[in-house]
Ligand binder design. Sequence first.
Ligand code: C2O
Ligand code: CU
Length: 490
Amino acid sequence: MSRLSPTRRTLLGGGLAVAGVGLLSARGFARGPTPAALPARTLAPATGEKQVSFTAAERSLRLMGPDRPASRVWTYADEPFHLVRLKQGETLAVDFENRLPEHTSIHWHGLRIPNDQDGVPYLTQPPVKPGKRHAYRFTPPDAGTFWFHPHCDTVAQLGRGLAGVMVVDGDETRAYDADVALVLKDWRLDEQTGDWLPFSTTRGALRAGTFGTVRTANAEVAPVIKLPAGGDCRIRILNFDSTRVGDLSFDGMEAAVVAIDGNPVPPFPLTDWRLGPAMRLDVVVRAPKAGGQGALVDYFSAKPVTLATFSGEGEDRPAQPFDPAPLSRGDIPEPKLKSAERLRLAFATAAGGKSALAAAGSDDALEQALLDSLCAAEKTNWSINGDSWPAGDHSRVPPPLFSLKQGRTYVAELSNETPHVHPIHLHGFTFKVLSSTRAGTPVHYADTVLLTPKERITIAFVADRPGDWMVHCHLIEHQETGMMGYVKVA
Ligand code: C2O
Ligand code: CU
């Protein structure tokens, strides 16, 4: 297997002409059009219901390669990162069985669904105990690339692989020659035995997180992925890692970003993109010519890492300039900025290792959550607005970070008071990223945004559905040691 030796950014230059939007700057679309410039959807929404069964269980998988020791992964189905594919408008009915030795639940990351389907133990549903089942049923409103994962003891459950991909079709305006999901995840493996190393370390939890030892794409080390030669292919990149921020670039292939966290953006050339934990990026690439190769490379570390190689297979498609069509516009409620209320969320280290707890207003479900060692950490390292998700003393209940009025627009300033990056995720709402102190941040919609050291990012969203919605860092060791809270919409 020949591997490309990554050379930094071999495909810069070559301006990308996009129908109707003209030439975009290579650095992103700070100067380009906003998602409002996208075409309206052309596909009629589907109806009907799709039924699936998942069984969370321990299974064996050779993550390090066919001739290396196997590892005991936790997955929802026989294959890792089980893919659920729906048509926009279709309802999903999930019959979920937990055959793990501990309780779990399924959070549907990025889906704007009712709060009682959001999958947060105690906050939105009881945990699904070992041997028990739980039914989920919802209709995802948006097309795009999403995922699902547990929400307590995530450091170990996700660390062992418990996560799946959800694709909701319906945003295409032109058919692609291939459509591939590419899940990036590192694993904390002892490379001699295939056994797990500790998923969290004190040092990691206090800093940038504990990194995996084995890097994979689609649960394989540097796989070779076949694409139709010369074709225009949609690659849905998902970062399922608990820690790693990738600085992603394609080598030897033209590539354009068409969606961020599943939300369409006017296509712009992918030069490099920082993809933090939980974030997704939909890219259209021009597949290599027959016999040729290209690669997805992570340039974040000093030594670039080839995550996956792509080979061109079959007859070359007729050569045409690379000009990917935009996806159709999403349907996210537009924030009303004039009447918006302002919020501030400061992400910082923990004040004193103990959380500030409300003296009153406790509720039984939350109290139970705080008594459950799978859902509450032993100590806190991090905070939001000075409060840490409780640890240690579990006898009291945290109040919501904010109580929001249903239907109202909120503009929130997220500020990073630490020297580390934090991928900040809000459940239930797709927010508009309005501005950042970091140059080149485009206006776009997202459910997770990477807050770099000392950065401030302003987002806006319409609080259109009631419930308790988590907001947290998706660097799981930060989330589980305090950088988590919730907003109450009523
Ligand atoms: Cu991927 Cu609380 O979320
Ligand atoms: Cu963080």
